[in-house]
Design a protein around this ligand. Structure first.
Ligand code: NAP
Ligand code: GDD
Length: 336
């Protein structure tokens, strides 16, 4: 029988890759989106363009229990991937209240509605390496204690415990992914990798002359989003629910990302990157480096591609996006 999956946050980077992946496996894919997305599909559903005709979208806002309950009362799901969140760490310092409300209550609403209406639906929670924050050991694994450093990180720790509590208290199949940073050409522009790849392309196209960044020494374990959505699916296919770290096992600095990204366009990052104190965070997570041995052994999961491949793919994609601007510029200076 065809399996039905529900993806909250389907319009985001991970949601769009997961929708494609599950469709490829023969799933019927449903997504929860904010009503405004249905009103402005060109902008807000752009990542879903290739699959839009093959998925079912339902209007719901994580801030409203009624809207979540409404969707769950009219559709029966086998699996629910709860990816929706205010996911930008810097924004969570700017407005911790709304980040907490959306991320904590939103997770609680989904779990509560599922418990009430579809207790056998398997549930995936999008936990984060930001939960480790000021890390207690390196590399970080499932048993590493949490020490979040931002309202975002705190909200994810709360979501993690909510999901675990529904598993223990009500016997629901709830899994927590503890995913380290994962990127792609679909990454939002405010995250540092996309800010850099887009910055390189804009500089190359003559649309910008510098790129202003914050802490270049922060280190992250960066993988590819396409690999990480495979892991989410694998977690829900096991005999019993559990929690898993998903990471590449390599750590690189923002500076290294810059160096490779600018080099991909034949540029030296030192000539263009300017450090801007206003981009620094009140409390930084200096180092993330994951140990995904458990996922590799139990789920038979492993990442594909290297850090360099990831940087190359992102920069090349943004160079392509900015090509029209560059060509128009060249045409303007060319004689007839
Ligand atoms: P993303 O691109 O920022 O997508 C976030 C999604 O959440 C979007 O679809 C967004 O919808 C939706 N959303 C936000 N607030 C909402 C609300 N009030 N009601 C309904 N939907 C709402 O994030 P991502 O990179 O795909 O990450 C997916 C999940 O994994 C997030 O929970 C994130 O915190 C977590 N995570 C990400 C990473 C990573 O490195 N990417 C690592 C660990 C964990 P709109 O399009 O309407 O804004
Ligand atoms: N965004 C941003 N912009 N970050 C910068 C900049 C800048 O101009 N300059 C330096 N950084 C540093 C940040 O201080 C941070 O240490 C690092 O680059 C990565 O920042 P982000 O790309 O914004 O990601 P993040 O690590 O804070 O959070 C992402 O990964 C988490 C998993 O560890 C998000 O996707 C979270 O949702 C996710 O949970």
């Amino acid at each position: 029988m065809t399996k039905k999956a529900c993806i909250t946050g389907i319009t985001g980077q991970d949601g769009s890759y997961l929708a494609e992946y599950l469709l490829g496996l023969g799933y019927e894919v449903h997504g929860l989106v904010r009503r405004v997305a249905l009103e402005q599909p060109e902008q807000r559903l752009s990542r879903l363009r290739p699959v839009l005709k093959r998925i079912h979208l339902h209007a719901a806002n994580l801030d409203s229990y009624a809207s979540v309950f409404h969707v769950c009362s009219r559709n029966a799901f086998d699996e629910c991937y709860h990816l929706a969140a205010q996911s930008f760490v810097a924004e969570s310092f700017a407005d911790g209240f709304s980040t907490m409300a959306t991320n904590i209550n939103g997770t609680h609403y989904i779990l509560s509605a599922l418990r009430e209406l579809q207790p056998n639906c398997k549930f995936y929670f999008a936990g984060s390496s930001e939960m480790f924050g000021k890390v207690k050991e390196t590399p970080q694994r499932e048993t590493t204690p949490f020490h979040p450093r931002s309202p975002y990180g705190i909200s994810k720790v709360a979501g993690f415990h909510l999901s675990m509590n529904y598993r223990e208290a009500y016997g629901m199949y709830c899994c927590n992914g503890i995913l380290f940073n994962h990127e792609s050409p679909r990454r939002g522009y405010e995250f540092v990798t996309r800010k850099i790849s887009d910055g390189v392309a804009r500089i190359q196209a003559g649309l910008a002359s510098e790129l202003r960044l914050g802490n270049l020494e922060a280190r992250r374990d960066w993988g590819h989003a396409r690999d990480y959505v495979r892991a989410m699916h694998l977690m829900l296919q096991q005999p019993s629910p559990d929690d898993y770290v998903i990471a590449t096992g390599e750590t690189h600095s923002v500076r290294e990302f810059c160096e490779l990204a600018f080099a991909e366009a034949g540029l030296d990052y030192r000539e263009y990157v300017k450090q801007d104190a206003s981009v620094y965070r009140p409390a930084e997570v200096d180092l993330l480096w994951g140990d995904s041995s458990k996922a590799r052994a139990v789920l038979q999961w492993q990442p594909t591609g290297s850090f360099t491949d990831l940087v190359t793919e992102m920069v090349q994609a943004d160079l392509q996006l900015h090509l029209p601007a560059r060509n128009a510029d060249l045409a303007a200076v060319q004689p007839d």
